[in-house]
Design a protein around this ligand. Structure first.
Ligand code: FPP
Length: 224
């Protein structure tokens, strides 16, 4: 029975959750943030070393201006409302992706949040913002090349996730079965867990179920 150290989640289905209830998409995202809060707390309670959440992809800029504005506003409010709790509970925040493309007020909030939790050594909560895995790998390879060695180890050391535990389990909600440019390199040996549950409905019990399933799988890393 193995225990997962690092879990990542593609939080999908906020829009469909809202549509089913004839609510605006933004309401689905608002309920999605509640799920983020719930699952971040659970990850800490369960002793996970790292939880990585796909909050905004490089492709999400193609959504309507209104929806992008709603997501930005939710992220801002989330940092303002939850940062004290993270700081008090030894959670270390981390961002993967190029968050500097976000509006200046959010960038500033993010940097303050990163600085405030930098010395924490409990669960790492990594949030993927303006993140795309191909872009991450290309940036990492360029950095490795500039240092003179384009080996797998050298690239890995330059990824946005450098220093985090290896990815054990990747979860995607809402019934889609694809990676959508998320953690392509890191997922090389990760176990996958897909569920039809829409992200706003994802509970601590679902996370526990995914972790239990992970615990029963035999990982061979290509060996026998
Ligand atoms: C996918 O649902 C979800 C997103 C693109 C955004 C995820 C963001 C959050 C849960 C809120 C912000 C996060 C933090 C960390 C505060 P979708 O809109 O693609 O759903 P659909 O496929 O059903 O339309």
């Amino acid at each position: 029975m193995s225990t997962a150290r690092h879990v990542a989640i593609i939080m999908d289905g906020n829009g469909r959750w809202a549509k089913k209830r004839h609510l605006p998409r933004a309401e689905g995202h608002r309920r999605g943030v509640e799920a983020v809060r719930r699952i971040a707390r659970a990850a800490r309670a369960m002793g996970l070393e790292a939880l990585t959440l796909y909050a905004f992809s490089t492709e999400n800029w193609r959504r309507s201006e209104d929806e992008i504005a709603a997501l930005m506003s939710l992220m801002k409010r989330f940092i303002l409302s939850d940062l004290d709790e993270f700081a008090a509970n030894n959670v270390k925040l981390r961002i993967i992706g190029d968050y500097k493309a976000f509006p200046a007020d959010i960038t500033k909030l993010i940097e303050d949040a990163l600085a405030r939790t930098a010395d924490n050594d409990g669960t790492t909560l990594a949030v993927a913002l303006n993140y795309g895995s191909r872009d991450e790998i290309a940036r990492a390879a360029a950095k490795a090349a500039a240092k003179g060695a384009v080996t797998a180890e050298a690239i890995e050391a330059e990824l946005d996730t450098a220093g985090m535990p290896p990815l054990d389990l990747l979860i995607r909600t809402s019934g889609e079965v694809r990676l959508s440019n998320f953690l392509l390199w890191q997922a090389a040996y990760a176990e996958m867990w897909f569920t039809d549950v829409l992200w706003p409905d994802f509970t601590t019990e679902h996370l526990a179920e995914a972790l239990a399933s992970f615990g029963t799988r035999e990982r061979r890393y290509g060996g026998r």
